[in-house]
Ligand binder design. Structure first.
Ligand code: CP3
Length: 375
């Protein structure tokens, strides 16, 4: 493993609000913690203002000052229980030299997609300390700005999800190019996934060394694979990453979360990966998922982001439905099962900002009530 730069400050201590970390580690919490995928993003007017000052999304993500500013925006507006590093999963293939750019309305694109045998042969895992310094600087700066208030979540894309963008050269509806490689030249795809697994593990470990308190791996696209292919092309490489992750920093546990969108069919196999928590999309019942994963890991999720368009009454009803479905986190035998409230995927840019205040308040107050009723 590569050398990681030591923390520039005294030994890491747990943040003052550590409900997220406790829930991920299946320890007792007074209420259900909540944070939201894409909590810093275009639904926030202050994000759009900072983004126009920066000039573009990439300029924002590549400047530690701007990244710190936008990471803090949602936690200043709402009593969320975690901050998530403002960055993108595609910084890793960008650091491999693929040339990431965003064209308006089309999402992310790569100048040099990985298609041929020669493209694949050139791929190598980047040293995050050298080519992703701006992300690690942002982590250090955000952590200083948080000043021990809340945990900071670091993240990366899964080897397969990154490969989708690297091979397709951008977003896709049918995954035709990457699936063509999967069926015609599986050896090439395996080689890409091997490099990605190494790159993602090194990158997450560098984020841990720089100060993140938990890490999340986004497998946004594993769910488009056939049964069997999912296990060979996504799950196997998620396992390699998890196996190589640092579990502690200065004696503190650093929990890991795997989010596999569309992965409901494979929950038992995902639970066996050895991560501390599984992120769920909204197609899965929390009660059934809890029964299926047992004591292997905590759960995170899983409100449909579109429920935030339903108005206050509908949002509160949905929160109650989800928290009732999970049930009291304390089991009859006295142990605890962890639940972190989140959406089943990222916030829509059209979400009314007031809806998030309603949501966060409802999760905190209703989960406290449920604990009082259960005790
Ligand atoms: O959650 C957060 O608030 C942290 C920041 C974050 C971003 N991207 C910022 C972002 C995180 C965790 C990601 C992860 C990410 N990026 C994923 C996995 C999660 C998921 O959404 O499935 C994926 C697949 C990407 C790749 C990506 N980045 C796409 C497809 C797009 C375009 C779609 C879009 O929403 O515009 C991006 C751009 C992006 N990444 C934006 C943000 C806030 C929007 C950029 C803008 O300001 O124009």
């Amino acid at each position: 493993m590569r050398q990681c730069t030591p923390l520039p400050y005294a030994a890491a201590v747990r943040p003052r609000n550590d409900t997220l970390l406790r829930a991920l580690l299946r320890q007792p919490t007074p209420y259900t913690p909540i944070w939201l995928m894409r909590q810093a993003g275009r639904y926030l007017p202050e994000y759009n203002a900072t983004r126009s000052r920066a000039g573009s999304f990439l300029a924002l993500a590549k400047s530690p000052d701007f990244a710190t500013e936008v990471t803090l925006q949602p936690i200043e507006r709402y009593p969320l229980d975690a901050a998530i590093l403002f960055s993108d999963i595609l910084t890793v293939p960008d650091a491999m030299g693929l040339g990431l750019f965003f064209s308006d309305g089309e999402g992310p694109r790569f100048e040099r997609p990985v298609r041929s045998e020669a493209d694949v042969a050139k791929l190598a895992a980047p040293d995050p300390e050298l080519s992703l310094t701006y992300v690690l600087d942002a982590v250090r700066q955000i952590r200083r700005a948080l000043d021990g208030r809340l945990p900071l979540i670091g993240f990366a894309g899964s080897p397969f999800t990154l490969a989708c963008y690297m091979v397709e050269g951008g977003s896709t509806d049918d995954f035709r190019t990457v699936k063509t490689m999967l069926y015609a030249r599986p050896d090439l795809l395996h080689r890409i996934l091997q490099v990605n697994a190494e790159a993602v593990a090194d990158y997450l470990n560098a984020q841990i060394a720089a100060g993140v308190d938990a890490v999340m791996i986004f497998d946004t696209w594993g769910g488009v694979l056939a049964d069997g292919a999912f296990q060979r092309f996504s799950l196997a490489y998620l396992r390699q990453v998890i196996d190589r992750l640092l579990r502690t920093r200065d004696g503190e546990r650093i929990p890991s979360i795997v989010f596999a969108k569309g992965g409901g069919l494979w929950l038992e196999e995902l639970a066996d990966l050895g991560s501390d928590a599984l992120g769920l999309d909204w197609t899965v019942s929390l009660a059934k998922a809890r029964a299926r994963v047992g004591r292997r890991c905590a759960l995170q999720g899983n409100m449909d982001p579109m429920a935030l368009f339903g108005g206050e009454v509908a949002i509160c009803a949905e929160v109650r439905r989800l928290l009732d479905d999970f049930g009291p986190p304390q089991r009859p035998d006295g142990g605890w099962d962890g639940h972190v409230f989140n959406l089943g995927h990222g916030l829509s840019p059209f979400t009314p900002p007031e809806a998030i205040s309603v949501l966060v308040h409802a999760v905190h107050s209703y989960s406290r009530q449920l604990r009082a009723l259960a005790s």
